[in-house]
Design a protein around this ligand. Sequence first.
Ligand code: SAH
Length: 237
Amino acid sequence: MSDTVNVDPSEIAKFSELAHRWWDPDSEFRPLHQINPLRLGWIEGFTPLAGRHVLDVGCGGGILADAMARRGADVLGIDLAARALKVAQLHALEVQTQGVAYREVSVEALAAEMPGRFDVVTCMEMLEHVPDPASVVRACSALVKPGGWVFFSTINRNARAFLLAIVGAEYLLNLLPRGTHEYEKLIRPSELAGWCRSYALDLQATRGLEHNPLTRRYWLSADTRVNYLLATRKAGA
Ligand code: SAH
């Protein structure tokens, strides 16, 4: 697949426009700030990050990439929203995070350039924004070493997810800008697990991410009906 095919320019425009607000914990990115310690802890339950080569796909302003670098990983964050990457780079300079670099490159192009180079690949809250998410899964698999870990998170596709993640978050609670998520692009865990299987990523764990809008708290649970995470491992170690 060529460098520019698997991207929806309107998605990139959305994230670029909001880029200056990325590190404001009370902005549209508040949910990402709030879930960050949860997902970081979850990842570290499978693999240490210190000293590992980590790729963060669709890193945006770098909330997870920066946190992983601060845990001692050597992190490359990639995205196609140039302004978000600028913000990520500026933030790293400002707070003096060591061991993080950012590049504007598609995951498919990087897979051709650096196959099997990473110990850990993370791809969080990104698959639901691309035209061909299976192609991203394939590229993530190509980028990780045999035995390495690939982590995904995204939003399930069902009536409950529609009500909570779209109607609730975007229209009732104004947690996210309207139009952040489109129902048809949401992905069922079975679909994502199927792509992982096709591309030699063995499913190790599935976890739900729940939210109580009244207390504004998030927690991990067995309920994958709305937000969920998958931990997978590349075959052939
Ligand atoms: N992964 C980050 C940001 C999630 S927001 C986090 O969880 O904290 C979704 C990100 O996906 C945005 O930064 C957006 O620019 C990026 N994105 C959307 N389509 C993309 C594509 N085709 N290639 C790379 N990044 C993409």
